[in-house]
Design a protein around this ligand. Structure first.
Ligand code: KET
Length: 398
């Protein structure tokens, strides 16, 4: 009956978690999946989350279905985080926002929406991008192409090539963009470059789809949303998928959002209705526990302020690990440039290790990175950083 079903080869990122768990090496280090670990190598439970959980736990309340679009407070929290608390576009009711099953759920609903309502549109992703971007959109029968992005010779961006490519695209083609903390390279556009990109999008009438999964890990909550807010200021139609997995450390609670900025309130109403209908068809309604945590934190001024501080604490620890690893590697290998470690933004660094070197890091040292050479810098701490640097030095020198 099912003998013709293909075997699943496993996910290049999530598959590392299983391998890491089974690895008996006492010195093993997980620099694979995009998860933040604290100074002690543990996944934190944020203080603001503990407070929210206590409010949910006492008194214990029933767990009814949520609205298909999720809790209004969750949706409002997404909007204010992305567009700004006092954004005119929110006051004017131009943004259709639903709570989703993480950022992945937002991307899936967005991809289904594009497939259904923009059937001629192709979706273009950065080269390279987060692998699941391609799988999600192709899984919704949206044809996916790649735009030039990372320049491995300079460690920067093929900006002129990227702009020239955008100028060849058709009206309503979708560009999947990383507003900050690019995954997997960590290499971000400057504000000036974003202005040029958004001008081309406006001229070519392309559809920007911005996926922001690490807001707060780059510069700060507002700066990290620069591209989003600039697009709104220009009056562009805009899709934004956001994730609270990393900046609330709520990975398994599956909390995120999908927002669509529309030209009129009537269009926003139409889009909201169709997004809701799509949710019903795919998963019916989002999870309540995570939604209530988001609702409480995003709408309680004191908890929201505490949350911002906790995110910036994670951000700053990652930045400190970047600086430390760079200085340790520079001391070990004087003839190699490690500036990329401090030039790149967010959780990830594209180390440039070959697949063979990445494999050696795993097999000889129990250090797990993604095969494309992505390192999750958030897995580093003062206890493992010298071990990781020594291993990198060894595989780079041999
Ligand atoms: C850019 C991006 N967008 C969306 C997501 C999905 O977020 P979520 O809210 O958990 O559905 C992730 C997760 N990335 C990390 C984990 C994964 O691969 O699923 C990663 O790149 O390691 C991203 O890196």
């Amino acid at each position: 009956m099912f003998e013709r079903i293909d075997y699943y080869a496993g996910d290049p990122i999530l598959g590392l978690m299983d391998k890491f768990a089974k690895d008996s090496n006492p010195d093993k280090v997980n620099l694979g999946v995009g998860v933040y670990y604290d100074e002690d190598g543990k996944m934190p439970v944020l203080e603001c989350v503990k407070t929210a959980e206590q409010r949910i736990a006492d008194p214990v309340s029933p767990r009814p279905y949520l609205p298909m679009a999720g809790l209004p407070g969750h949706r409002k929290g997404c909007q204010e985080l992305l567009f700004g608390k006092d954004a005119q576009v929110l006051k004017d009711g131009l943004v259709a926002t639903i709570a989703t099953i993480g950022g992945s759920g937002a991307l899936k609903v967005g991809a289904e929406f594009i497939h259904e309502w923009f059937p001629q549109s192709k979706c273009y992703v950065s080269d390279p991008t987060w692998g699941n971007h391609i799988a999600i959109f192709e899984g919704s029968d949206v044809e996916v192409g790649k735009y030039p992005y990372y320049d491995k010779t300079t460690g920067g961006i093929k900006f002129d090539e990227m702009i020239a490519f955008f100028e060849t695209l058709n009206k309503d083609d979708v560009l999947l963009l990383h507003p900050c903390c690019h995954n997997p390279t960590g290499v971000d556009l400057t504000k000036e470059q974003w202005d040029q990109v958004l001008n081309v999008i406006q001229e070519r009438e392309l559809i920007p789809f911005m996926d922001i999964a690490y807001q707060g890990f780059g510069e700060d909550m507002d700066s990290d949303a620069y591209a989003i807010r600039r697009a709104v200021d220009m009056g562009l139609p805009l899709f934004v998928s956001n994730s609270f997995s990393k900046n609330l450390s709520l990975y398994g609670e599956r909390v995120g959002g999908l927002s669509v900025v529309c030209p009129t309130t009537d269009e926003a109403e139409r889009v909201f209705g169709q997004l809701t209908s799509m949710v019903r068809r795919i998963y019916s309604s989002p999870p309540s526990h995570g939604g209530r945590v988001v609702d409480i934190i995003m709408n309680d001024e004191a908890l929201h302020e505490q949350w911002i501080g906790e995110v910036y604490g994670m951000r700053d620890r990652i930045k400190a690990m970047r600086m430390k690893l760079k200085s340790v590697l520079e001391a070990k290998i004087s003839d190699r440039n490690f500036d990329y470690l401090t030039n790149q933004n967010g959780m990830f660094s594209f180390t440039g290790l070959t697949p063979e070197q990445v494999e050696r890091m795993q097999s000889e040292f129990g250090i797990y990175m993604v095969s494309n050479s992505r390192m999750c810098v958030a897995g580093l701490n003062v206890d493992n950083i010298d071990y990781v640097a020594n291993a990198m030095a060894k595989v780079l020198k041999d």
